[in-house]
Design a protein around this ligand. Structure first.
Ligand SMILES: NC(=O)c1ccc[n+]([C@@H]2O[C@H](COP(=O)([O-])OP(=O)(O)OC[C@H]3O[C@@H](n4cnc5c(N)ncnc54)[C@H](O)[C@@H]3O)[C@@H](O)[C@H]2O)c1
Ligand SMILES: N[C@H](CO)Cc1c[nH]c[nH+]1
Ligand SMILES: [Zn+2]
Length: 425
């Protein structure tokens, strides 16, 4: 991990450090364009071929039904079952609290406006399963979809080498009442849900994180379906001062680094001692990690920045716009108002990012690659449309009518003006 001193960084170097561009981005785009086209043209046949090519499995069929899921789920160990249920409870509790009814507003006497929410009827959820199968993502996506009231919930996840899925995903399906999992991964899953195939239903909005193939596919199908956000390779930025614990900081950096070689783990600190001790701790902790090759590669592509005070650290963080921001300091309260761009925040030295990944209740599907400047993470709102209503009484029509008539005339739109005039007569 390279160490920079903020005061030596030019504006363009800061931009470069905050960009997540990877050399072969073009190649991934070309490959994904081809995958989408093939799924659009060949439907299920393409999906079976891609499963063979990318997931190394010859599937007999493209989904597991309720009976099969129940049977796989029955093999889950008791402690995992309990942990999934606890996580589900917290995620459900937090997301249920986001359901709000808005007030009706009288903008002028007799003119009443309000908004009501309606669930998106057909949604597609992508559950990653390449380097690691993520049942936690299943909970993070399906729980708010169900609370919001989505009617058709299509779930795709890459198949295992035995053409099935694991007991954790299957147990989530049983717990959530999801009766089918489509065994489709990568860009082809996104294409299948965007365009539909003989077997996979077409949806209106696609949700879920994934690798660069998945994320590129989601951005490419946006003229056909809505998407939650670009939620690509995981990233974390830790702001640490002299009150931070280097072992904890190293553990948090490695937790995101182990997701994939293209993950980013950034440390911004006011203390060179904390940076140096964290780097040593990373080496120690890496040595005993089963996924050490992946994590080491991601750490190699990451960096640390020495700053002279915490406000500069926050400035850098806002420019980077991390998916996860950890404030590893006892003085985190003062920093909260300075946060502008970030997906989810972890406060103080005792709040590991993993808590949010699994079980605190907040959603772990979050914007990456700087998209936290404009997108929020998944929430109940992601599964809802907000529809506006208005009602004019006789008095309301009299009050608002002249304003509409004048503005319509100013735009030269006489039919608009007449729709009011005819009622005022
Ligand atoms: N931002 C978030 O909210 C968030 C949350 C969880 C996970 N993540 C990220 O999700 C990602 C999951 O990635 P993953 O790879 O483990 O699983 P994945 O399910 O996203 O991707 C696996 C699929 O990628 C496709 N694929 C692999 N190599 C390919 C190739 N050469 N050409 C075409 N397609 C190919 C295959 O179809 C395979 O099924 C990680 O980067 C992780 O950091 C992000
Ligand atoms: N850190 C990931 C979001 O970037 C979420 C996750 C799932 N499992 C473990 N972590
Ligand atoms: Zn994680």
């Amino acid at each position: 991990m390279k160490v920079y001193n903020y005061k030596d960084l030019s504006k363009s170097k800061i931009e470069e450090l905050c960009s997540r561009q990877i050399e072969d981005d073009k190649l991934v785009e070309e490959r994904v364009t081809d995958i989408i086209k093939t799924v659009k043209n060949d439907g299920d046949k393409a999906l079976l071929n891609f499963a063979k090519a990318f997931d190394k499995v010859e599937l007999e069929k493209l989904f597991l039904d309720a009976e099969e899921l129940k049977s796989i789920a029955s093999t889950i160990p008791a402690d995992a079952k309990k942990a999934i249920e606890t996580a589900y409870h917290n995620i459900k509790t937090f997301h249920q609290s986001q359901l709000k009814t808005e007030d009706k507003i009288e903008t002028m006497p007799g003119v009443v406006c309000w908004r009501e929410s309606r669930a998106i009827q057909k949604v597609g959820l992508y559950i990653p399963g390449g380097t690691a199968v993520l049942p936690s993502t299943f909970l993070m996506l399906a729980t708010p979809a169900i609370i919001a009231g989505c009617k058709d919930i299509v779930v795709c996840s890459p198949p295992q080498s035995d053409g099935k899925t694991n007991c954790y995903l299957a147990y989530c399906a049983v717990l959530l009442g999801i009766e089918k999992i489509y065994l489709i991964g990568g860009a082809q899953a996104v294409a299948a849900m965007a365009f539909g195939t003989e077997t996979v239903p077409q949806v209106y909005k696609i949700f879920g994180p994934g690798n660069r193939y998945v994320t590129t596919a989601k951005t490419m199908v946006q003229n056909k379906v809505a998407i939650d956000m670009p939620a690509g390779p995981s990233e974390v930025l830790v702001v640490a001062d002299e009150t931070a614990n280097p072992s904890f900081v190293a553990a948090d950096l490695l937790a995101q680094a182990e997701h994939g070689i293209d993950s980013q783990a950034i440390l911004v600190s006011t203390s060179i001692e904390i940076i140096e001790e964290t780097l040593l701790e990373i080496e120690n902790q890496l040595a005993i990690l089963p996924r050490k090759e992946i994590a080491a590669k991601a750490i190699e592509n990451s960096y640390a920045v020495l700053v002279n005070d915490l406000s500069v650290a926050m400035e850098f963080s806002n420019e980077y716009a991390p998916e996860h921001l950890i404030l590893a300091t006892e003085k985190f309260e003062h920093l909260i108002p300075l946060i502008i761009n970030a997906g989810s925040i972890f406060l103080g030295n005792l709040t590991p990012e993993s808590a949010g990944d699994y079980a605190s209740g907040t959603n772990h599907t979050l914007p990456t690659s700087g998209f936290a400047k404009a997108y929020s993470g998944v929430s109940i709102d992601s599964f809802l449309k907000k529809i506006t209503f208005q009602h004019l009484s006789t008095n309301g029509l009299k009050n608002i009518g002249p304003t509409v008539e004048v503005l319509a005339a100013a735009e030269g739109l006489d039919a608009h003006k007449n729709a009011v005039t005819i009622r005022l007569r």
